[in-house]
Write a protein that binds this ligand. Structure first.
Ligand SMILES: CC(C)(COP(=O)(O)OP(=O)(O)OC[C@H]1O[C@@H](n2cnc3c(N)ncnc32)[C@H](O)[C@@H]1OP(=O)(O)O)[C@@H](O)C(=O)NCCC(=O)NCCS
Length: 357
């Protein structure tokens, strides 16, 4: 099948835009993912994406649609690249509708990706594939030795296109409709274990001014401290101003976010955090964003504290949301230990892929 690939314009807003290519791009992704995993918790919401696309201070976004002869959108490509000096990576998502998957459209979209990456001076092409956990395909093991992905349509596509499996992530869910007495007990025990130097601080954006600078530091560590497997990751630069920009984007996207952090009382700095987010439809699943404890403060159960404190706060704030979805590298035992103890169970599996130009 031959297709025409065109750049997706970014609308100023989504009022009266009708079937805009920006919305069509999200629809292609949503239909493809629904077919692949039979679940819609990873659904893209155009209104929630738009503020990120408008502000290119820290990350640039590009979108492309592949249309067949009749003009029907059958494939989509999204590119996201960090703007830090010297960054070489470009992350992408590629999707083709189930009834148009003959391999050709995927390949044409990957050719377009390569063209755009070269034009932007990027040499590390990265993506994530998402898979069901209950398939009977043969498996490709993670280079970390932890986890594997099924050798299905997506795995073959990326292997054939010269990508290497860089890491395997477990996507897990925590049922939010059940009692959380166990989470409360874990939190109480962890607070006792951590001792009097640490205090829980919770907030929803905007970030309190006194905390912005140390919150910026913990956010920046997500790019350096999370196990990255074989992925090329540029260290992100964060300051109080970038926290403000992030808070403004969260507000413009209509998201509800909760942060549970730990303040180290002797220094007055945030040394651990966890944040959860959801869009305007609060009956949807919740996304777990980041969890991090600053090196030097690990092993005091601060990871357990921020995670449990935020789950309990979320239950009060957004009781309609049925579950929390999180992604963790299969080799990230400290994080998986905490999550498994809380009650997270596997939902889908993701493969991280990289190809160097
Ligand atoms: C994951 C992380 C938040 C855990 O923080 P923490 O404060 O050390 O967590 P806890 O003290 O609550 O430890 C939880 C459990 O992890 C396990 N654990 C901690 N450090 C470990 C290590 N180095 N190796 C193996 N297991 C470890 C222990 O079983 C511990 O249980 P314990 O309380 O019985 O000792 C922290 O390691 C971190 O910030 N890592 C980098 C960022 C990251 O990977 N975030 C998750 C992204 S998905």
């Amino acid at each position: 099948m031959s297709v025409e690939i065109t750049a997706v314009p970014v609308p100023a807003d989504l009022l009266d835009v009708g079937d805009h290519p920006f919305v069509q791009m999200a629809t292609v992704f949503n239909q493809a993912v629904m077919f692949d995993i039979g679940l819609d918790h990873l659904r893209w919401e155009p209104a929630e994406m738009l503020p990120d696309w408008h502000d290119e201070s820290y990350r640039m976004h590009r979108g492309f649609l592949a249309r067949d002869d009749s003009g029907r959108p059958v494939g989509a490509l999204q590119l996201v690249a960090p703007c830090e000096d010297g960054a070489t990576e470009i992350e992408f998502d590629v999707a083709v509708l189930p009834d148009a998957r003959d391999g050709h459209i995927e390949r044409q979209l990957l050719e377009r990706l390569e063209h755009e990456a070269r034009a932007l001076g990027r040499s590390a092409l990265q993506t994530y594939s998402i898979h069901r956990i209950d398939t009977d395909h043969q498996r490709l093991p993670s280079p970390s030795g932890f986890g594997s992905v099924p050798i299905d349509h997506h795995t073959r596509l990326f292997l054939d296109a010269g990508f290497t499996l860089a890491q395997v992530e477990r996507n897990s869910r925590l049922d939010m409709t059940e009692s959380h007495e166990g989470v409360r007990a874990m939190l109480d025990e962890a607070i006792r274990f951590a001792g009097p130097d640490y205090r829980i601080v919770t907030f929803s954006p905007p970030t309190p001014p006194l905390l912005r600078e140390s919150f910026a530091f913990v956010l920046s560590r997500m790019s350096t401290d999370v196990p990255a497997g074989g992925l090329t990751i540029t260290e992100e630069t964060w300051d109080a101003e970038r926290v403000d920009v992030r808070d403004a984007r969260i507000a413009a996207a209509g998201l509800t976010v909760s942060v549970a952090a730990v303040e180290h009382l002797p220094s007055g700095r945030i040394v651990a955090y966890n944040d959860l987010g959801i869009g305007a439809d609060r009956s949807r699943p919740t996304s777990q964003w980041g969890t991090l404890v600053v090196r030097g403060h690990r092993g005091h159960r601060l990871g357990t504290i921020v995670k449990c404190a935020n789950i309990l706060r979320w239950r009060e704030l957004v009781p309609e949301s049925p579950f929390i979805s999180t992604f963790n590298a299969e080799e990230n035992r400290p994080m998986l230990d905490v999550n498994e103890r809380i009650g997270f169970t596997p939902l889908t599996v993701a493969g991280a892929w990289e190809r160097r130009l």
